[in-house]
Design a protein around this ligand. Structure first.
Ligand code: MN
Length: 201
C-alpha cells in the first residue's frame, strides 16, 4: 500500500503560541503531503511499493540507483514528519519522567543539559535538517542530520526530532532558529517520546 499522510491528532492552532497555525497547516498539508506523494511516485512499480517506510529507509543501498535519492529525500521526509507530529501536542512541555527521565539524567547530567545539546546541534546544522535524540545500542545520543536524512538509516532509533528547516519556523521566528528551538520544548509530548524510548530499549 502506498504511504499515506497521517492526520494530525490535534488542531493546527493547538501548539500556539509556540508554533503558529498557518505554519502547521502549510507544513502538514503541503510539505508533508509532497513528501508522501513524491515517495509514492518514486516507488510505484518497484519491488518496494508495498514496503513500510522503515524497511525502505533501512535498505536504501538496495533501492534502484535511479530513484535512490528521491526515495531517500521523500520517504525520509515522510518518516521524519510523521514522528514530528506524534511527539508534539497541546499541553506539552515540562520535563521527562520515569525511565526516560532517569536515562536522560544519567547520560547528559540533567534535562537542561540534554536540551542544550539538542538545541546546539540544531543551531549548528548548516542549511536544512533535523536535530535528534536517538537510542543507539541501548544508549541515548544527540545527533543531527542534513536534509531529510533519518537516524534510522544509520541503525539508530529516533525518539525525538526537531525540524530545523526554515519552513518549520520562518513565519513566526524568521531567521531566529535558536528562539524557535527554545520555544519548541513547550510543545514536546513526553508520553509519546517515552513510548518510543520504551519500544527502542
Ligand atoms: Mn518540515
Amino acid at each position: 500500500m502506498p504511504f499515506e499522510l497521517p492526520p494530525l491528532t490535534y488542531a493546527f492552532n493547538a501548539l500556539e503560541p509556540h508554533i503558529d497555525a498557518t505554519t502547521m497547516e502549510i507544513h502538514h498539508d503541503r510539505h508533508h503531503k509532497a513528501y508522501v506523494d513524491n515517495a509514492n511516485a518514486a516507488l510505484a512499480g518497484t519491488d518496494w511499493e508495498n514496503s513500510s517506510v522503515e524497511d525502505v529507509l533501512t535498505s536504501l543501498d538496495q533501492i534502484p540507483e535511479g530513484i535512490r535519492m528521491a526515495v531517500r529525500n521523500n520517504a525520509g521526509g515522510h518518516y521524519n514528519h510523521s514522528l514530528f507530529w506524534e511527539i508534539m501536542g497541546p499541553d506539552g512541555g515540562g520535563a521527562p519522567t520515569g525511565a526516560l527521565g532517569d536515562a536522560i539524567n544519567a547520560t547528559f547530567g540533567s534535562f537542561d543539559d540534554l536540551k542544550a545539546q539538542v538545541n546546539d546541534a540544531g543551531v549548528k546544522r548548516f542549511g536544512s535538517g533535523w536535530t535528534w535524540l536517538v537510542v543507539s545500542g541501548g544508549a541515548l545520543e544527540v545527533m543531527s542530520t542534513p536534509n531529510q536524512d533519518t537516524p534510522l538509516t544509520d541503525g539508530k532509533a529516533p525518539i525525538l526530532g526537531i525540524d530545523v528547516w526554515e519552513h518549520a519556523y520562518y513565519l513566526e521566528y524568521q531567521n531566529k532558529r535558536p528562539v524557535y528551538l527554545e520555544a519548541w520544548w513547550n510543545v514536546v509530548n513526553w508520553d509519546a517520546v517515552a513510548a518510543r524510548y520504551d519500544a527502542a530499549t
